[in-house]
Ligand binder design. Sequence first.
Ligand code: ADP
Length: 244
Amino acid sequence: MTEFQTRGVSAGAGSGPAARRAGIGLVFLGPPGAGKGTLAKTLQARAGLRHISPGDILRQAVRDHTEYGRRALTFMRTGDLVPDEIVDAMMQAALAQAEDGSGWVLDGYPRTTAQADLLDGFLASRLGTLSAVVHFEIGEDILLRRLTGRRLCPICGAIYHVDYRPPRSAGRCDLDGAELVARRDDAPDTALHRFRVFHAQTAPLIDHYRCRGLLLTVNAEQSTEDLYDVIWEAVRPPRATPLP
Ligand code: ADP
């Protein structure tokens, strides 16, 4: 965690829920299955940060049979990145909603240096400061086990794992009782391809953000609870110092 120098969090933030999250902007960077989505959803529920996931947005577009969804599906099926032209248009719309001053977590964006450049433009013109880029570090053997056992709720998007995070009732979402599904791109061959895509196209961003003093590397093999504490402790606004 020594690489992480810049907080970029407004020092004047108070202690209420809105103030606690104000000004926090995070990017989650890591291979598929590292737990980015689970952590982002936890930060949304507990700290009020807005969770923005291009993967979720794209899957919704596929379910809605939009033109973008139809074009994106070809790439998502094979585990390749969806072309920037589609992702950029969707992210422009999603990021515009994050301009309301509440904090945000980008889970899976940027994934290429071109996307990082676009994000920089967006930050400068509208979104404000990037507090940190959280780099999820994890061994590949664990990743494959996590992906093949991962299950999702098709209704609310809650994430489970058959062994590590099982629902209370087998195969059913705790929140709405819907039947859980496996993501098609979590099948072993496609998952392996996604790792390769991560190493080839996204991993260069680790150095890109390290050089800017924004990288917060965390051990993603620990529990969601521990990971949450580590990340929140690093990025939360400083507590007000009591008057003497
Ligand atoms: P994971 O992080 O586990 O790979 P996501 O749900 O974030 O899963 O992404 C699923 C798929 O959506 C990716 O394999 C890719 O096809 C597409 N996708 C998500 N984010 C991006 C992005 N920033 N740029 C291009 N394609 C993306």
